[in-house]
Structures are given as structure tokens and as C-alpha cells.
Design a protein around this ligand. Structure first.
Ligand SMILES: Cc1cc2nc3c(=O)[nH]c(=O)nc-3n(C[C@H](O)[C@H](O)[C@H](O)COP(=O)(O)OP(=O)(O)OC[C@H]3O[C@@H](n4cnc5c(N)ncnc54)[C@H](O)[C@@H]3O)c2cc1C
Length: 430
């Protein structure tokens, strides 16, 4: 495959899939998206039956900017004959399995996608980029990186990664037998909570002991209250972008629970389960250990000893486990295939990439050919960057930029909240 196109996408997760779905409305644009997996999958290693979305189904691939697109979640329901049955439950937090099925359905309808093709190298050439991949090479005027985030593993756990100490990202793909084991789950976000629930359900056998360690001072809920949800609007992203680095950093920390808390329904399920085990004096011994910072992990016998600092009382504690499951989140990461472009990329004093308002990675010398990134600008665009909430809007911003015209209406909606100070002149004239 040797071809020349306008826009090439590296990776087909939900974020580049959204760009591909909207680009389907633009016959004038030649696009191609490459994915190394053989078929579309959305975090398959964590797709527990019954686990639910943390965002509304209306935050799908297209609806926010193209509500009449055939690639909407509503059309998926209609085409599958489930529209009325779906509405009967009046639930907006649908199961992740259903959303993954919707994403796969859209992927199957787009001719611009190529699966089973890993992009090995992206380099700058006159008038664009050359991509080398499993099927040959492609010349593209612009590239959008959508390769997602990678597991964040605490430093102390890295030397011990293996069948008994692993990140949860691929837990469903592992041959796990935990009957009678002492298991420590590290991480107090949604994934930690879901893994603990699965362990209590006996998905991998009945464990003997289960310790749930979290740095957070408690097992805290996702903040889904109305005004917090306004953080996931184009207007807030614009306000965030204009702030200086220290203000943005401090907001990212303060907004943690808006994007990274545990769904209330999961907390209730967990509490019920753990309470019932205690009341009936049955099942594994469960230890809930919030406010613990993991300091060290050392091999001990056939398992490990975990050393933690208790952030509540400042004491140190040791814990023994046969298996350690790290639910310690994901971190931004540039794919190896753009190695030759790295020296060109601008970074701030903390080493963070500079992502412009059009989602272009800022390069030392400005060029007409653009390298965009999705899910790579948390420090410049805020917590919405790694969530589905503004995915369709972001895709439209990128496509407008590629086209050089306003094809999709992406200007800010009328905001209910005024985030920034009104300019003084403006204030006086009122
Ligand atoms: C378990 C889980 C549940 C989540 N639930 C929600 C939710 O309910 N609501 C919400 O708003 N957000 C949620 N998120 C956050 C976010 O929506 C997802 O992480 C989302 O998958 C990010 O999409 P992405 O396209 O950036 O990356 P990914 O989904 O990670 O996709 C990246 C793709 O790029 C491919 N790739 C990488 N390198 C190459 C290469 N060189 N060549 C070709 N292909 C390559 C990978 O194989 C992968 O398929 C969830 C995250 C997780 C982990």
C-alpha cells in the first residue's frame, strides 16, 4: 500500500474513530487510519460484564457536532431495533460492553480504517509526513496521533512486573487463578474498585485475603454534580488553556474527582458486598486501606511485602501478598514511531508537550503540515482531554483545521458559567 492522503491517523481507539466517523461526511478529504489490533476493541482487558460508563451515551463519536450523522449512538440503537427498549430503563449510564459494541459497529462501517497495521515510523518529508507501516508506506499531509495512554506503574513495582505483580490493564486476558491467594489491589480509582468487586465475586477463584490500598484518604465518588460537569465544556477548556502553567497544574489536582472518582453505583455495590461478608462472617478477609502511599515492594517468600506510609497518622505499615494488582492509572506517552520528530517538539519547563488550541503539537519551526494529538494534552487542555465528553467537539476542531474552513460549528456554546474575568472595558459599558 503506497498512497497519498490528506490526513493519516495513528491508532484507532474511540478518539481517532470519532475523527474518522466525522471525516466520513467529508468526501473531499482523503483520510486513512491505522490500528495494530486485528479488529476494533475498547480496553478489552478491563471490559467487565456489568461495568458502566461514566459519561452519557450522548457523548458518542459524533452527536455533539453532527447530530444527524449515521454514526450516532441513537442510530446504532435504531439500526439494532432497540430504541424503545433502551429508553424504557431511562438510564444514561449504559454498560461499557454496549458502548464498545456501538464503537465496533461504527468501525465496521468506515472504509478509511485499516486494522492489523502497526505504524512503525512517522517522519517529516517535504509537504507532509511519511508513515511506514506493516502494509508499506503512506504519504500524508497531516497526521493525528491517537495511540492512547499507557499504564502508569509505580517505580518500586517496576522490577517485579510479571505474573504475580501486574497492571490491571489486561487483567481479563491473563490466565489468573487466585483461589486461596492473598491479593493486594493498589489504586483507589474506578479500575481499582471494579477489580476489587470482581475479586469479591470470585471471578478468578475465591481469594483468602484481599487488601485494597489507596493513596486517597478515602474511597471517593466521582463528582458528577451539574456545575462540575461544566468543566467538560469547550468554554472551560478555552478558559483553562489561557491560564499560566502553575494555575493549570493546581486545577488538574483539584479536578481529580471530576474525572477520576469511583461511580456511586460501584461504591454502593462494593459496600453492600463487603458489609454482607462481614455480617455473615464468610468469604475472604477484606482489609480496606485508604490513605496509604506505597513506598516499597520487595519479594518475600513466594510473594511480596508492601511497605506503605499511612497518610492519616504518618505511621509506616507492612503488608504481605501473594499477588499484587496495580490499578494505578494510565499516563500520557508518545508512541515510539515518532522518534525522529521528538527533537522538533516544544516542551515547557516541566517537560510537558505544548498542544495548541487546534490540538496541534507545537513544533520549533511552524509548518503548514500539522502533527495533531488526541489524549495528549491534559496539562494544556485540562481533565476533559482524556475523557469521551468532548471527543466529538475536539474531532471537529481538528477537521476544521485540516480543511482550513469552518465545516463544523465548534464555536463555544453560550456558557452558563463565566469562568474568566470580564475585560474591564466591557464591565464598565454594562
Ligand atoms: C477501563 C476504562 C474505562 C473508561 N471509561 C470511560 C468512560 O466511561 N467515560 C469516559 O469519558 N472515559 C472513559 N475512559 C477514558 C477514555 O475514554 C479511554 O481511555 C479511551 O479509550 C481513550 O481513547 P484513545 O483513542 O485515546 O486511546 P485507546 O482507546 O487506548 O486507543 C489507542 C489505540 O492505538 C493503537 N496503537 C498504539 N500504537 C499504535 C501504532 N504505532 N500503530 C497502530 N496502532 C497503534 C492501540 O492498539 C489502541 O487500540 C475509560 C478508560 C478506561 C481504561
Amino acid at each position: 500500500m503506497n498512497d497519498e492522503i490528506d490526513l493519516a491517523g495513528v491508532g484507532i481507539g474511540p478518539f481517532n474513530l470519532s475523527i474518522a466517523a466525522l471525516a466520513d461526511e467529508l468526501p473531499e478529504l482523503r483520510t486513512r487510519f491505522f490500528e495494530r489490533r486485528e479488529r476494533f476493541a475498547w480496553h478489552p482487558g478491563l471490559l467487565f460484564p456489568g461495568s458502566r460508563m461514566q459519561t452519557s451515551f450522548l457523548k458518542d463519536l459524533v452527536t455533539a457536532v453532527s447530530p444527524t450523522s449515521p454514526h450516532s449512538f441513537i442510530n446504532y440503537l435504531v439500526q439494532h431495533g432497540r430504541f424503545h427498549a433502551f429508553l424504557a430503563a431511562e438510564s444514561s449510564a449504559i454498560e461499557r460492553l454496549e458502548f464498545a459494541d456501538y464503537l465496533g459497529w461504527v468501525a465496521g462501517r468506515l472504509s478509511s480504517l485499516r486494522f492489523g497495521v502497526e505504524v512503525r515510523d512517522v517522519r517529516a518529508v517535504p509537504d507532509g509526513f511519511e508513515l511506514r507501516h506493516d502494509h508499506g508506506r503512506t504519504l500524508a499531509r497531516h497526521v493525528v496521533l491517537g495511540t492512547g495512554r499507557v499504564p502508569a506503574v509505580p517505580e518500586c513495582a517496576r522490577p517485579h512486573l510479571g505474573p504475580k505483580c501486574f497492571h490491571a490493564i489486561d487483567i481479563l486476558a491473563r490466565p489468573l487463578h487466585l483461589q486461596g491467594a492473598r491479593v493486594a489491589v493498589v489504586g483507589g480509582g474506578q479500575t481499582g474498585a471494579e477489580v476489587v468487586l470482581e475479586l469479591l465475586r470470585g471471578t478468578w477463584g475465591e481469594v483468602a485475603e484481599l487488601a485494597w490500598v489507596s493513596r486517597r484518604l478515602n474511597f471517593e465518588p466521582l463528582d458528577e454534580s451539574p456545575f462540575t460537569n461544566h468543566l467538560f465544556t469547550p468554554g472551560f477548556v478555552a478558559a483553562f488553556r489561557d491560564l499560566d502553567g502553575p494555575r493549570r497544574q493546581s486545577l488538574l489536582a483539584r479536578h481529580k474527582l471530576a474525572g477520576d472518582g469511583i461511580s456511586l453505583s460501584t461504591l454502593r455495590d462494593l459496600h453492600d458486598r463487603i458489609y454482607q461478608l462481614a455480617a455473615l462472617r464468610t468469604g475472604p478477609r477484606v482489609e480496606l486501606l485508604p490513605g496509604r502511599e506505597l513506598l516499597a515492594l520487595t519479594p518475600h517468600g513466594d510473594g511480596f511485602e508492601l511497605l506503605a506510609r499511612n497518610n492519616l497518622d504518618g505511621e509506616h505499615e507492612a503488608l504481605a501478598a501473594d499477588v499484587v494488582i496495580l490499578c494505578t492509572g494510565l499516563r500520557e506517552h508518545l508512541p515510539g514511531c515518532i522518534e525522529s520528530l521528538l527533537p522538533e517538539l516544544e516542551r515547557d519547563e516541566h517537560g510537558d508537550l505544548q498542544v495548541d488550541a487546534n490540538f496541534e503539537l507545537r513544533r520549533r519551526r511552524r509548518r503548514d503540515e500539522r502533527l495533531y494529538i488526541v489524549n495528549g494534552g491534559r496539562t494544556t487542555h485540562g481533565i476533559a482531554e482524556s475523557q469521551l465528553s468532548l471527543m466529538a467537539w475536539r474531532s471537529a476542531v481538528i477537521l476544521n483545521d485540516v480543511l482550513g474552513r469552518r465545516r463544523f460549528a465548534v464555536e463555544q456554546e453560550r456558557e452558563l458559567v463565566r469562568w474568566r474575568a470580564r475585560p474591564r472595558e466591557d464591565a464598565r459599558s454594562r
